[in-house]
Design a protein around this ligand. Sequence first.
Ligand code: GLC
Length: 782
Amino acid sequence: MPQYFGQLHTNEAPWSILGAVQGIQQDERHILFKCGDACLRVSVLASNLIRVRMTATGEFLTRRSWAVAQADEQWSIVPFEVREKAEAIEITTEQLCIVVSRNPCRIQCFDSAGQPFAQDADLGMGWRTGAVAGWKQIEADEHFYGFGEPTGLLDQRSKVRTNWTSDALDYGIMTDSMYQTIPFFIALRPGLGYGFFFNTTFWSRFDLGAEQPGVWRMETQGSELDYYIIYGPEPAKILQTYTQLTGQMPLPPRWALGYHQCRWSYESQDVVRKLADEFRQRYIPCDVIHLDIDYMNGYRVFTWSPKRFAHPQELIKELQQDGFKVVTIVDPGVKYEPEADYKVFDEGLKNDYFIRNTNGQLFHGYVWPDKAVFPDFLRPEVQSWWESWQNSLTDIGVAGIWNDMNEPALDDRPFGDPGNKVSFPLDALQGPTDEKTTHAETHNLYGLMMAQASYQAAKKSRPTERSFILTRSGYAGIQRWSAVWTGDNQSLWEHLEMSLPMLCNLGLSGVGFVGADIGGFAGNATAELFARWMQVGILYPLMRGHSALTTAQHEPWVFGDRIEKICREYIELRYQLLPYIYTLFWQAATTGSPILRPLLYDFPNDPKTHTLADQVMLGSSILAAPIYRPGVEHRAVYLPEGCWYDWWSGDTFTGPTHILAHATLERMPLYVRAGAIIPMAPVMQYTDERPVDQMRLRIWRGKGEFTLYEDDGHTFEYQTGAFCTTTYQVITQGQQTIVEISAREGNFAPATREIIVELVGVDEQRFIDDGTAQQLIFNNSQ
Ligand code: GLC
């Protein structure tokens, strides 16, 4: 175990427990309960959102929260009523009732039907030296999701989830701390769901009934208990409010939704050029090539290898002409190199931007460039300085930045030796002068702050262009700055399977733009695994293939003709689906809805979906049931209530039902709901190869509606109204199906195009889209 973890969690002294309410004070937003020296404060921020804080000393910290985007005073005042009764005080909003019992002081919440949730268990709230905790009841049939990127299956009930960002190298189903720390979850049972955000950046932990079945416990090494409860009851409502609280993701450029190819490493500019040619010659669509650490000179961040990448600007230009964007990896560890004219180090040292030990000496660890020092990204001046260096990449045309190793990952001896992963000393000071605090409080923020610096740098360097930032580590709110990938997975069937619940849980943690390395990072994929993984990869919001140094090559063509054909067909399908997927990104950016999601998101009242981890939905219309075992060509598929169509054959099924899907290696089972409307673009070799001159609306009989979102795909003009939406509705009545297309709304005019309305299995009709309303009538028996 890394040495610091021992220090983090050794105190087993008995808890002091919050006692009786002795006095109450109230203002327009807060209700304060005095309980001896301790006190509890309930703040009503919205009719479905309350914040609860408890402190043993009676003094609340006055500092801002590092993660919350909308502070208490930024929520508009909502009405609530406080009723003082003999046993308890009742706080009622339009949607909830919060009951605080007087003796002992405990909290319970009720929905408008009187169903309890988030109820304190016997112990309620407590503290001991260096830690605070709270205990709550687990209701019958309650399940727990979110927590960032937990490994294992979807539901985390009866697990322990530790919130401490870690380089989770070699992770598996039992791994606890991961790269991302998101102390947020959704608790769901039929008819009732609520969100819970534990507002602490210190080491914290959720025990979801592992120690005591029926009770879940939160604990943090911060000095006060501070949490938000978000009433749903649906996950969609919870995520909408949660992303209002922690921030919404900006729309990425459309090219970032295409296929990304990565490897550690494409080691020279010639290799990169050849790779790009290979894609174009084989007609396999691809938008992005990632450059891993070997583009640098001796792993010095913000340098280029003079031998292998002698002319990066020319390379990037040539690739651009061929429709490729370049993303470069950026690690936080700056090579410790005094008197070597390495400017990044020299400037950082001169301006005192690197983190120091409490004795004043520079803290160092060992990473790729060997001995390295680490910028304190919490300080605005360090962020600006980092921005200026990052601009040295974007100024020569680098289109996106991939932030890695920012947990931060480091060893206590030369990297590559059997090292010992360490964390910074917990007492090392970080942050701006007036907000200095210890690493114990800021550890979980390192990746978040680096991503913020990176996003802001990209925006400053190209103010009108959207950027693509990718990060391995982050904290709650990371969706504001960056996409996330699930780090170093392995080329194993189990990891293919686990990518679905991991990405779904990220989506349920408010992080929409997520992906796992297709083919697996460590190890060698078999041809069959690679084909199945590429199929699943089209569902990942971030679709990136990647593989590690010393592993076999993992490009789409290396496994022979049959696999290449499968890869091409599925990557093409991804590109065809881009109008649909781009609209899902817009939904995610405006409502917090996950792009890739578990079935429980759309069917929260169907208990069968609550533990279903091996099927997913891409938006609310497409259901996928991937194959994730070798040699398997059949699998059971659960179709919830409603009528469903097989994407490939058009066969219909009436849910709720289980079916046996047949899936040769060429087929990933895909289904659509009756009434689904899926806009599809022509295949292109990269997203902006040409304007969409023809759009196919695939429509399945039934009743449904879809609002397509469009804008220029790369600037920020959508933020000032340059976008448009078109609402399509379908209804089948007797022998007729009617498709209504509303007039286009908004200030953006897409290129002139032909629309083909395909009523699947029936017929198709075409028209030239001039943005006016249309009605098309199909005779179902045609
Ligand atoms: C880390 C990253 C991986 C990258 C490698 C080399 O292991 O997670 O994606 O390829 O470092 O930079």
